[in-house]
Design a protein around this ligand. Structure first.
Ligand SMILES: [Zn+2]
Ligand SMILES: [Zn+2]
Length: 321
């Protein structure tokens, strides 16, 4: 989970219950994945299990990357209400917390990236950035970081019904498995399409916070430690081009070269062509030129000086949420 479902601070007792729940949400998929690897070793895996894993992973990952992240948090595009609802429901199925809380935490990350107050910076240790941070108190308050979302009826509806969608993400592969082959395939469907999928979605999402602020290349000067890491780029459907993203938080496209595959960007492009998305934000070419490290090195223009870059970062971060 990304954060607690907080519209008000939790009572200390509930806080303990919440942390135990988070621990279970982390541990159960891990143990289930160990079991699944054992079954794979014994070749006790069915085709339906692997199809459920692939399809559920893709749908839920798009819910997080396109729905929670680019559409909701960064307002990179505006979606048709039905598409918006569907994307937020799919994002909820990731077990990473309600949409509003996810957006608040992520906006706080951009506002304080790798400085004091960043919820998940590897400055405090790689493990902390990966998953340790979710056990820590001090969540991002939606009233501070994404107040406008509190008045959005679709967003508040999906956030308040988060648990329903999360449980449904386990019930769906179970039900499909049952329809295909009764109880045995229902249980393995739940294992692969539900729990293994949850394990992969969690650790791929968390790798953006940990790996992409530690390993990889920097193409742009930013005031944080964000990096582009192609493996995460592939697994997280384009989110691994994280230095690009911190340089241009609002851009609907994180891959900025043809070889920087960005499945989430391709989906947004497709939705736009189908008239299901509009106001898709693209980086103005002049801004892209000015922000590239190469351009900074080659020009003596005061526009590209570090001071101007920092000011531009702040202006961009202000438009995050
Ligand atoms: Zn980041
Ligand atoms: Zn972001």
């Amino acid at each position: 989970m990304a954060s607690n479902p907080a519209y008000a601070p939790l009572h200390p007792v509930y806080r303990v219950v919440y942390k135990i729940t988070v621990l279970l949400v982390v541990l159960i998929p891990l143990l289930a994945t160990v079991l699944a690897i054992g079954l794979l070793w014994q070749r006790a895996v069915h085709l339906s299990d692997l199809i459920l894993l692939a399809v559920m992973y893709a749908l839920v990952a798009f819910g997080v990357t396109v729905g929670y992240h680019r559409m909701l948090t960064h307002r990179s595009f505006r979606a048709h209400p039905a598409v918006k609802l569907l994307l937020l429901i799919l994002g909820s199925m990731a077990f990473e917390g309600p949409a509003i809380d996810w957006a608040a935490t992520h906006t706080k990350h951009h506002a304080r990236a790798d400085r004091e107050g960043d919820p998940h910076s590897p400055v405090e240790g790689f493990f902390h950035a990966h998953l340790g941070w979710i056990f820590r108190d001090g969540d991002a308050d939606p009233k501070v970081y994404c107040r406008h979302l509190l008045n959005d009826r679709i967003v508040t509806f999906v956030s308040k019904t988060f648990l329903l969608w999360a449980v449904l993400s386990l019930a769906i592969p179970f039900a499909i498995g049952w329809l295909v082959g009764g109880w045995p395939l229902a249980l393995t469907g739940l294992l692969w399409g539900g729990l293994v999928r949850m394990f992969l979605t969690h650790h791929v999402t968390w790798s953006v916070n940990s790996v992409c602020h530690t390993f990889g290349k920097r193409e742009f000067e930013t005031t944080d430690r964000s990096r582009n890491e192609w493996v995460v780029g592939l697994l997280a459907f384009g989110e691994g081009w994280h230095n690009n993203h911190h340089a241009f938080p609002r851009s609907a496209f994180h891959g900025l070269h043809w070889w920087q595959f960005d499945f989430s960007g391709y989906l947004i492009w497709t939705l736009e062509r189908l008239h299901l998305a509009c106001e898709v934000y693209r980086i103005p070419p002049t801004l892209l030129m000015r922000r590239s490290v190469k351009a900074v090195q080659e020009t003596t223009s005061p526009v590209a000086a570090p001071q101007s870059d920092a000011q531009e970062d702040e202006a961009l971060v202000e438009r995050v949420g």
